[in-house]
Design a binder for this molecule. Structure first.
Ligand code: BEZ
Length: 400
């Protein structure tokens, strides 16, 4: 490890480095803009879940972000990288303490996280307008790039509106007029249901049951009793991670599979092979499918499998693209994390060659991207259409 490996410079180191920089200036006439920062590692703070129902999501995001940085010689803007990783446990009540540890005690340059929207809103509130650059590699709460938007807050994933709004139209086109809703009862689930209704109801659809279920529990029997009694044309959902697998299995065991079509956004993502035949036929609207045939995706799937032994999924590609975003920004300022304005401007204008397809960022630092319609066939999320092309989140409340 280099002597500055932990960002702890002794006074002697400081004086030595500063006088070396001055000597370089005197000899070459070139003014080093960040002689001291340039020798230190870039600090990347990570707040993701590694336990609980979202454990797989956090694990894939971190592994793929590290993979992307490894492909760049383990460097950002020519500087080595130090990761400081905290398990969020998807617990909102611990998120203030965790975020403070990373931004105050560790003074990280980049803050990457979280998965859970409740934590994401808290973190965004805490870092808005600060020097640290936050990159959200999952949490979809609209407010993160809406009312909390700021030049130093980026998202490489999606918003609840962006993934669920196209589903309303898609379900109407599939002939489903009476739909029951089931979703985790917290910000992201509630916003998913609201965005779905925004396109579904004006298009002539009717919500016959609106059933939020407690997070992170996976007890569905009483809700299924209602579904059986109401016999809707279809059910639309938001579940993810371990509970999504249980949901699909319970839905099939209740006798609904093949009878009451099951739709969602994230339901089958990274989970379809684990749910086995219970996932067959489920339709979802999302910004990625492992079955996309672009060259970046083909290579990414192979590299990710080689690095982790796991199949790629949307969470992994969001981590990968977070790495790409940091690389592009840090290259533009040659590793000078002190040049915050130039760095965030370069990040905003970057074009990301993502496994989901190329994308750019809106003024609110949010991806403008295609939303695919996918159907599980043979355990795979096959692309059966594009539900919305180059969809931009409306970023309601963003004044940036
Ligand atoms: C969220 O809380 O924003 C979220 C969690 C898991 C999957 C998708 C979204």
């Amino acid at each position: 490890m280099s002597k500055f490996g932990k960002n702890e410079m002794t006074r002697r180191d400081f004086v030595k480095t500063a006088s070396t920089a001055l000597a370089v200036t005197a000899v070459s006439g070139i003014v080093p803009t960040f002689a001291i920062g340039g020798t230190a590692k870039v600090k990347v703070g990570v707040l993701l879940p590694f336990t609980g129902t979202y454990a797989m999501l956090g694990t894939h995001i971190l592994a793929a972000m590290k993979l992307r940085i490894a492909q760049n010689g383990d460097k950002l803007g020519g500087r080595e990288v130090e990761f400081i990783v905290i398990d969020s446990e998807a617990d909102v009540s611990k998120s203030t303490q965790h975020t403070n540890k990373l931004i105050k005690k560790e003074a990280v340059d980049f803050l990457v996280g979280p998965v859970h929207s409740g934590i994401g809103m808290n973190m965004a509130r805490m870092v808005k307008g600060k020097k640290v650059i936050m990159i959200v590699p999952n949490a979809g709460a609209n407010q993160i790039t809406g009312e909390f938007c700021a030049p130093n807050i980026f998202r490489t994933s999606f918003s609840s509106w962006q993934t669920a709004y196209p589903a309303g139209d898609a379900m109407l086109k599939a002939g489903h007029k009476k739909v029951a809703l089931m979703y985790f009862n917290y910000a992201f689930g509630k916003q998913t249901a609201a965005a779905f209704k925004e396109s579904f109801i004006p298009g002539g659809g009717e919500i016959v049951a609106d059933m939020p279920t407690p997070f992170p529990k996976g007890e569905f029997q009483s809700y299924f009793t209602k579904v059986a009694a109401l016999k809707p044309d279809a059910v639309f959902t938001f579940y993810s991670g371990g509970v999504a697998i249980k949901f699909m299995k319970d839905y099939a065991a209740a006798g609904f599979q093949g009878k009451i079509p099951l739709w969602g956004t994230f339901l089958t993502e990274g989970t379809s092979h684990k749910a086995g035949s219970a996932s067959e036929g489920i339709l979802t609207t999302l910004h990625y499918s492992s079955e996309l045939e672009n060259a970046t995706n083909v290579k990414f799937k192979k590299d990710f499998k080689g690095a982790t032994g796991d199949e790629a999924d949307v969470f992994a590609i969001q981590g990968f693209d977070t790495g790409s975003l940091m690389i592009q920004g840090m290259d533009a300022v040659k590793g000078d994390t002190g040049a915050t304005e130039a760095l965030t401007k370069a990040m905003n204008s970057s074009k990301i060659d993502s496994p989901r397809g190329m994308f750019s960022f809106s003024k609110a630092n949010h991806p403008i991207q295609d939303i695919y319609l996918r159907e599980v066939k043979g355990g795979l999320n096959k692309v059966v259409g594009v539900a919305a092309k180059a969809l931009e989140d409306p970023a309601i409340g963003c004044k940036a």
